[in-house]
Design a protein around this ligand. Structure first.
Ligand SMILES: C[S@@+](CC[C@H](N)C(=O)[O-])C[C@H]1O[C@@H](n2cnc3c(N)ncnc32)[C@H](O)[C@@H]1O
Length: 211
């Protein structure tokens, strides 16, 4: 499978240059995967669906957003894929935060070769978030339960940043836990890739009792 063969799962019209960037990212990803764990080995075969298309579906939800930040980016999902898809937008910026030194080195290499819109921060989310200007969208996939994600992104979300969080089947319990401490507007987008999974779209987040 290649970038071209999953183009129907990608948002909008994806240019030839962007498809080439995605192909370059795959080559780099497979090369580095031989030395470090970038995703669970069992999912590498489904690179284009489980990782690229799963990440790319976010851009279809927020096509006009230009400044994104991705928490715990790992091997680049979803942040690096968003950054590649934004490559031709002059004003695009995607901040990727990853504390693992080797994964952050991979992300720096990918930025240099495939994704000029990406900015890689090798550090802990708690320390890096206050150093980044408020993004329009914050994302996270497979990082932490929803209550912890909201706490990590709270400095931005309380100021109006919209969150797009990938979540699997157990998300209803996590939402119920969040509602004990937070109020927010919610849209649940069914995943285009994984049956039963969702993209939780949270806006207007405020802590309960904060007035
Ligand atoms: C399970 S992986 C998911 C990676 C990627 N988002 C994905 O879906 O493939 C979680 C990643 O978050 C990073 N991480 C966990 N806690 C972090 C923190 N407090 N600050 C920065 N990165 C963190 C880990 O190093 C790891 O690479």
């Amino acid at each position: 499978m290649s970038a071209r063969s999953i183009q129907t799962a990608l948002p909008g019209n994806v240019s030839r240059e962007t498809l080439e960037r995605l192909d370059r990212f795959e080559t780099l990803f497979r090369d580095w995967s031989r030395r470090i764990n970038l995703v669970a080995a069992s999912t590498e075969e489904e690179f284009w669906t489980r990782h690229i298309a799963d990440s790319a579906q976010l851009v279809a939800i927020a096509p006009d957003a230009r400044h994104w930040a991705d928490l715990g980016s790992g091997g680049g999902f979803p942040g690096m894929v968003v950054a590649i898809l934004m490559s031709e937008a002059a004003d695009a910026r995607v901040d990727l935060i990853e504390s693992n030194r080797k994964k952050a080195a991979f992300l720096q290499t990918a930025r240099a070769q495939c994704a000029p819109a990406a900015r890689v921060h090798a550090g802990r989310i708690e320390a890096v978030v206050p150093t980044i200007p408020q993004p329009e969208i914050v994302t996270a996939r497979a990082l932490a339960p929803l209550p912890d994600l909201i706490e990590l992104a709270a400095p931005w979300m309380k100021a109006g940043t919209r969150a797009l969080f990938h979540k699997g089947r157990g998300y209803a319990t996590e939402l119920a836990e969040c509602r004990a401490h937070w109020e927010f507007d919610l849209v649940e987008h069914p995943s285009r890739i994984a049956a039963g999974s969702v993209i939780l779209d949270l806006t207007a987040v405020r802590r309960r009792g904060s007035g």
